[in-house]
Write a protein that binds this ligand. Sequence first.
Ligand SMILES: [Zn+2]
Length: 126
Amino acid sequence: MPGSPGPMIKEMVELARSGGGLRGTRIGAGPMGESERGEVAARAQVAYFCSRGHQTRPSFSLEAAIPDQWECPRCGLPAGRDEENPPTAVTATPYKTHLAYVRERRSDTDAEVLLNEALAKLRGTW
Ligand SMILES: [Zn+2]
């Protein structure tokens, strides 16, 4: 009867495999934890301060270059690494609106000039 002891051996092999598998995961947990610690150690947490007093601490890979400025996740203003001298975005905001004004005026005058030119050309050709 070569067929009857076969399943018994298979059961024993499966038990041994499952036991070995459990031991394997327990042994494997050690090196996995070490690699996670290694990833944390390879990252640097840098504090950035925005002009509104918010603080953000993004972590960067030590292999990557750490930027001088970081966008504040709370208000969107640029945040710098110097807490006492955060980048001043307050002066940048009026400058942007001024530029927007200039652009609006320019587009208006451009439209007028283009319209006048078009009218002059129409009158000239007629
Ligand atoms: Zn902020």
